[in-house]
Structures are given as structure tokens and as C-alpha cells.
Design a protein around this ligand. Sequence first.
Ligand SMILES: *Cc1c(COP(=O)(O)O)cnc(C)c1O
Length: 229
Amino acid sequence: MTGLADNIAAVRERMARAVAGAGRSPESVRLVAVAKRHPASAVREAHALGLRAFGENYAQELVAKAAEIGPLPSIEWHMIGHLQTNKARHVAPVIAMVHTLDSAHVAAELGKRAAKLGRTIGALIEVNVAADSAKSGCVPDELPAIIDAVRATQSLALRGLMTMPPYSDDAEASRPFFARLRELQARHGGPSVLPELSMGMSHDLEAAIAEGATIVRIGTAIFGERGVR
Ligand SMILES: *Cc1c(COP(=O)(O)O)cnc(C)c1O
């Protein structure tokens, strides 16, 4: 197994090549390291190697790991898994950004909790572009109502859209879904309203960056295979 430093360097290299290939600036894509089912020690090590943004899928795991790690310079926690309404109060004190708002209801609940804490949380709306019933995320037709709900919530800062295509071994199979998210961004106000597109994982980050990703969420390529939960 290669070390964490080598893995991070390899991911950064892949990102740099993809960004250059797309004629974009290197600062236009951020890396969120997905730490689910990896221990707090791995996050600490990755932070020491320069990573700052860490993603978790499960509210409980996020909160527990963030507490175990404590404050580290500029560390940011991102909720990238489906957020249930009854978990909003747990993550509200901790997260810098939620990638997975998919209803006006959960947006209002998270917003209310953040407001009580005097915090502002960056908000991405998850879109189920494949209309895959097994996946979370709103359908494209629901976007206007959720965008309005987030914009009406002072403690949520609307930042953009997120999607997770159906898994395929062929990274190019993700590309039409990434392109679709970019079309939805254009249709609902463009980058001035929705500057961020969170899309691309370990196996398809190149396709995502080619289609305009501004945030890639990378787990396996950084931390290795995950244990069973
Ligand atoms: C697990 C996960 C990732 C990271 O996946 P890898 O293939 O390990 O890079 C990204 N986004 C979401 C929503 C995830 O659940």
C-alpha cells in the first residue's frame, strides 16, 4: 500500500492535469477528502499533509470524528451524505458546508439550527440527475422551490449543486450526468447564483473537471479502501 502522502500527491496531479486539459485555472477546483469509515488518525495525518476539507456521509460519524479531532487550523467538515431532518441539529454546530440538501423542509430545519448558533452554512442542493429511484437528491423539477427555500434562509449561503451519478466502472459513463448538472446550473441562474458544482469521485474526477466541477469528493484514492461499517 502506498502512503497517504503519495496518494494525495497522485490525486493532486490528476486534478492538475484535468484542470489544464480543460483550460481552467488550478484554483478553480477544490478537493474534499472523503474520510468515511476511516479513523480520526487518518484525517489528522491528511491535515498535517495540507488537506483542509473533509467529507463524511453519516451525521453521527461526522460529529464523533470532528469531536475526536478537535480544532485544527482551517479544518472544514462537509456533510456529503443524505441529511435526515432529525440529524440537522447534530451537524449544524460542526459543518462548513452541506452538499446534500434535497428538500425545502430539510433546508429550513438546518437553517433554523444554524441561526440559533449564529452560524452560516454553505449549501449545495443535491440533484438526482439520473432520476434513479435508489438515490437521494431532488428531481430537476424541484430545484426552483428548493433554491427559493435556501435563499430565504439567512443562515444558509446558497453555493451550488451536487450530484452523484450511478456507479459505473467506466468513468466516461458519468460524463452525461455531470454535463446535465452544469446545464441545470445554467438554467437556474448560472455561476453567479450557483457558483459551485460538487461532482466527481476517485474514479471519475477527470470527467467531472472536464464538465465544470469546482469541488471533487475523493475518498478511496486518498485514504484507500474502506472497511465495512
Ligand atoms: C463515498 C463518497 C465519495 C467518495 O467516493 P470514492 O469513490 O471513495 O472517491 C464521494 N461522494 C459521496 C457522496 C460519497 O458517498
